[in-house]
Ligand binder design. Structure first.
Ligand SMILES: C[S@@+](CC[C@H](N)C(=O)[O-])C[C@H]1O[C@@H](n2cnc3c(N)ncnc32)[C@H](O)[C@@H]1O
Length: 249
């Protein structure tokens, strides 16, 4: 199976870094606050962060009491930043695809992933692999681009404006046609995979997970005060967040 490593593309890497360094990006203002509210108690726990990027979450897990954290990323460039900005004795960074996690030969109390699962082609197999390396009673918490965002085949989902220039609705298509999408994001041909909401939930349930919470975050009041343009998020969600557990035996 071919896996794209777009974050090692120099143009893409620089564009994405500038986005994340800005203080009004949706990750920091909308997705991360919602994810933080769903974190389990990490005291003494082992954690696996899939698509860890710069490793900022790995550091947070150690600061929240985790004993050991493994951060996996397919991009050497992202891991170079992680090793520079987010180094810690309790964290190990591995340059590998998250679809190879069964080769790790370790089990974990908590599997976390922020905005990386839409790069995985075969989610049903991946969900089973995650379940098999999660300890009984362990939690999975992940975010991904919302299916409304991943759906449109040419990547051209878009807002529509009223006569006053205000965004009032959002057009998307191809929702019930799961599969590969090639979109322009800093560069042409960025590969993501669209799955419907039911595809995602059913893959998790069939793997054995118990869904604990699903969240489609909207901006909190302080976010709208800081960046009024994010009011557009009330029209449609950008992110899908799922928290699930593996039952105690
Ligand atoms: C949008 S970034 C998110 C990074 C980090 N989780 C965060 O929230 O700051 C997605 C990350 O997933 C990584 N990624 C994409 N496909 C991957 C794969 N098959 N295996 C491991 N990492 C992957 C990318 O290299 C990138 O670092």
């Amino acid at each position: 199976m071919s896996r794209q490593n777009i974050f090692d593309n120099e143009t893409f890497f620089s564009g994405y870094k500038a986005l994340r360094d800005s203080d009004c990006n949706a990750n920091d203002l909308i997705e991360q606050p919602a994810m933080r509210k769903l974190l389990p108690n990490l005291n003494g726990k082992t954690v696996l962060d899939l698509g860890c990027g710069y490793g900022h979450n790995c550091i947070d897990f150690v600061n929240s009491g985790a004993d050991r954290v493994i951060g996996i990323d397919i991009s050497e460039k992202m891991l170079a930043v992680a090793k520079e900005e987010s180094a810690n004795d309790k964290i190990e960074y591995c340059n590998m695809s998250m679809t190879d996690i069964s080769k790790l030969g370790e089990t974990f109390d908590f599997i976390y992933s922020s905005l990386a699962f839409h790069y995985v082609e075969d989610f049903a197999t991946f969900a089973k692999d995650m379940y098999s390396i999660l300890n009984a009673g362990g939690r999975l918490l992940f975010s991904q681009e919302h299916p409304i965002i991943t759906s449109t085949v040419d990547g051209a989902g878009h807002f529509n404006k009223n006569e006053n220039g205000e965004k009032v609705s959002y057009t998307f298509s191809n929702y019930n046609q799961p599969g590969e999408r090639r979109v322009h994001w800093y560069v042409d041909g960025v590969v993501k995979y669209h799955r419907t909401f039911s595809n995602i939930v059913n893959a998790l349930a069939k793997a054995g997970f118990v869904i604990e919470e699903v969240c489609e975050p909207t901006p909190e009041e302080w976010v709208i005060e800081k960046v009024p343009a994010w009011i557009k998020e009330y029209i449609k969600p950008n992110f899908l967040i799922v928290k699930a557990r593996k039952e105690e035996m």
